[in-house]
Design a protein around this ligand. Structure first.
Ligand code: PLP
Length: 222
C-alpha cells in the first residue's frame, strides 16, 4: 500500500521537489517501508515520538521537525534533527542558536509564515517576514534556508492557492534582496494540496495521509 502510494506521488513529481513524509502517529515499520520505497526525509511533529523513530531508523533518512517547537525541547530538537522547518520567533532562534553552538552544530532552519494571517496560528505574518529574516541572519549557528507555510484549513484545496502564492512571492523577494547560497527551500503543501503547492513553486512538500493512509487519532496529538 505505502509503496504503491509513494510510486504514484513520485510519478508526476518535478525533479526539484523533495517529499517529506509526515510521520506523526506512524509506527517505525510504516516509516521504514516509506524509506525503502524511496522517501529520503521524514517529518516529525513531536520530540518524544521522533526520538523513538530516530533511535531505530536514524541513519536511514534525514529528519525534519515540522511541529511547534517548545523552548524547553530545544536541546533534544537540536540533537535529533537535520532541519527545523518551523522557526516562528526571534526568541526561539536565539535558544536554537545557543544550543547549536553548545552541540557544535549548524542547523538549517525555515521561517514559518502565517500566510493567511490567522491569529490563533503560529508563524510570522507576511508583512513582518523581511524584518524577521534580517534579525535571524545574525545567528551564526543557524543556516536560514527558506520558508515554510501551512496555510489555512479549507475543505476545498484550491482555495489554499492564494496563500501559497503569497508565500512564494515572499520567498522570491527575500531571495532577491538578500541573496544567500543556502536560500533554496520553499516548504508548502500537504496530502490534499501538494499538487497546487508545486504549481505555485514549492520545492518541498509534506505528505502524511497520501503516503501512510488515514491517520488514527494519536494520543500525543492535538
Ligand atoms: C501532518 C502534517 C502534514 C501532512 O498532513 P497530511 O494531511 O497527512 O498530508 C504536513 N505538515 C505538517 C506540519 C503536519 O503536521
Amino acid at each position: 500500500m505505502i509503496l504503491e502510494k509513494i510510486k504514484t506521488i513520485f510519478k508526476d513529481l518535478p525533479e526539484r521537489v523533495i517529499v517529506v513524509a509526515a510521520a506523526k502517529g506512524r509506527s517505525p515499520e510504516e516509516i521504514e517501508t516509506a524509506i525503502n520505497a524511496g522517501i529520503g526525509v521524514i517529518g516529525e511533529n513531536y520530540i518524544q515520538e521522533a526520538g523513538k523513530h530516530i533511535a531505530t531508523l536514524g541513519n536511514k533518512a534525514k529528519w525534519h521537525f515540522i511541529g511547534h517547537l517548545q523552548k524547553n525541547k530545544v536541546k533534544p530538537a537540536v540533537s535529533l534533527f537535520d532541519m527545523i522547518e518551523t522557526l516562528d520567533s526571534v526568541s526561539l532562534a536565539e535558544r536554537l542558536d545557543k544550543e547549536c553552538a553548545r552541540q557544535n552544530k549548524i542547523m538549517p532552519v525555515l521561517a514559518e509564515i502565517n500566510s493567511a494571517c490567522e491569529p490563533q496560528k503560529a508563524g510570522i505574518m507576511p508583512d513582518e517576514a523581511e524584518e524577521f529574516i534580517n534579525q535571524i541572519t545574525s545567528f551564526k549557528n543557524l543556516s536560514l534556508s527558506g520558508l515554510m507555510t501551512m496555510g489555512p484549513w479549507l475543505a476545498e484545496a484550491e482555495k489554499i492557492r492564494p496563500y501559497f502564492k503569497i508565500t512564494k512571492e515572499l520567498f522570491d523577494k527575500i531571495a532577491k534582496n538578500q541573496p544567500r547560497e543556502e536560500w533554496k527551500y520553499l516548504s508548502m503543501g500537504m496530502s490534499s494540496s501538494y499538487k497546487i503547492a508545486i504549481e505555485e513553486g514549492a520545492t518541498m512538500v509534506r505528505i502524511g495521509e497520501a503516503i501512510f493512509g488515514p491517520r488514527r487519532k494519536n494520543k500525543n496529538e492535538g
